[in-house]
Design a protein around this ligand. Sequence first.
Ligand SMILES: [Fe+2]
Ligand SMILES: [Fe+2]
Length: 208
Amino acid sequence: MPKAKKKSEPRPSSPSRSATSAMQGKRLRRTSTLPGDMTEAEYLARILRVNHAGEFGAKQIYAGQLAVLGNSDVGDTLRHMAEQEEVHLEYFAGELARRRIRPTAMHPIWRVLGFALGAGTAMLGKEAAMACTVAVEEVIDAHYEDQLHKLPAHENDLKKKIKKFQAEELEHRDIGIDHGAERAPAYELLYRAISTGCKAAIWISKRL
Ligand SMILES: [Fe+2]
Ligand SMILES: [Fe+2]
């Protein structure tokens, strides 16, 4: 069942001026919702980098699942989700390039781990592959929800995209449940392990 979404507008930012930005004639906005002493530019770099990493990870997970289950009766369902992940990834790749933000240094690691997670769960069976989708998408949903609250109002285009992608991630989660995720062997354990792994990957991708 889709979770009820709490819709709230981001709080208005309280602008401040640092010596450096003043010299550059550029104002660095700070918003009361940003973690620590982060400027808006730092926050944006961080979330775009981590979103790009996450969507790349998702693409790799589905590639791994398709390598095992591509010809099974869930092949088309997996391809549908993989195609949407490709669109999400392309958008964030474009934003990184446009804003001159470097991708995470962990990219090569996520390439291997994402594929291994997808292929590994798929080898346990269709239900385990779907359990992986449910665990991953629920972490991503919470992650995007947090950003929708923290992003400044003037980043409207970015927020609209995140909202759209979030809805698609929830669609993937629902597909997972509809395809028997909860019947996977050791579902609770699998769910918790993958969920914890995803949160760790997000934490690392924000920082490296
Ligand atoms: Fe995605
Ligand atoms: Fe997804």
